[in-house]
Design a protein around this ligand. Sequence first.
Ligand code: NDP
Length: 313
Amino acid sequence: MTGKKEKSEKREKRLQEISLLRTIPYSDHQRWWSEETIAVVTGANRGIGFEIARQLAGHGLTVVLTSRDTGVGIEAAKVLQEGGFNVDVHQLNILDDESVSEFTKWIKEKYGGVDILINNAGVNYNLGSGNSMEFAKQVIQTNYYGTKNMIKVMIPLMRPSAAGARIVNVSSRLGKLNGRRSRIEDEALREKLSNLDTLSEELIDNMVSTFLQQVEDNTWQSGGWPQKFTDYAVSKLAVNLFSMLMANQLAGRPEGGKIYINCYCPGWVRTAMTGWSGNVSAEHAADTGVWLALLPNKEVTGKLFAERRELKF
Ligand code: NDP
């Protein structure tokens, strides 16, 4: 069997396994959540975010569907509300400080805080073999800085509970630190980034700024950056690293006030982001995110997953 065929058959088998896993209901002792549990999903008006909102609401949580366009968000929420789900809606542009501040104020007043945050909002401007850096700044701003800011502003709003609050970042395996085909070439930097003793927010920010500077100087091609979807890969690498860092920082919180944070890769998904050319549905792509958000085993944190399995980062 050729490597490609074998890989595709393995993937198909895993897809089937996941479909089966999704039919197994959570038992009462596993269900730590209720309709009082508040889950916020960013960029939930379409694509994977909408599906995550739909599936979480299907499990009986109250979902706050957020969208940067108010009208579009209301329409998307209506679809779920008409299906009988507990879904609220609010405007949120993760790059707009005023919008973020308005949103956090609203959620605090209305719900007193949140239990689950799904950072799904993201952008990508390259399709197929395209690797233009035209929108690199926007990609880094949205995927990394926007997500990082949401994590920071939402942590103080995360409600204490025995099960612990959860943050799930919809990321990508393209942002693996030691990915075989897509990784930064600078071994010394990789080493520093992979070690919790040397990893810092400043180090991640510096990596990202160096990349953007090289894009501006048009020298990024010789900079040893990931070869495929370079700006996107750097943005998701930064998200994965920041999550690892936060998981470590949050680990010291007392029992009852724990916050678990993980990332996952949804696969190559048929959404607007891929020009509908992906090989998995949004429904399937949402699965690992929902599974991570609801994990009865709460000790999982600082990891990257795909297809409900941990990926070697
Ligand atoms: P879509 O393009 O369908 O959806 C992206 C969502 O993000 C939209 O709701 C969009 O809002 C929102 N968004 C973008 N910028 C902002 C912002 N500044 N503030 C708030 N919301 C924003 O893409 P997908 O559903 O495919 O992607 C969802 C996530 O999954 C992303 O983080 C993506 O990187 C990740 N992912 C996707 C893969 C894929 O194959 N599709 C693969 C790996 C990861 P609007 O409608 O207003 O544009």
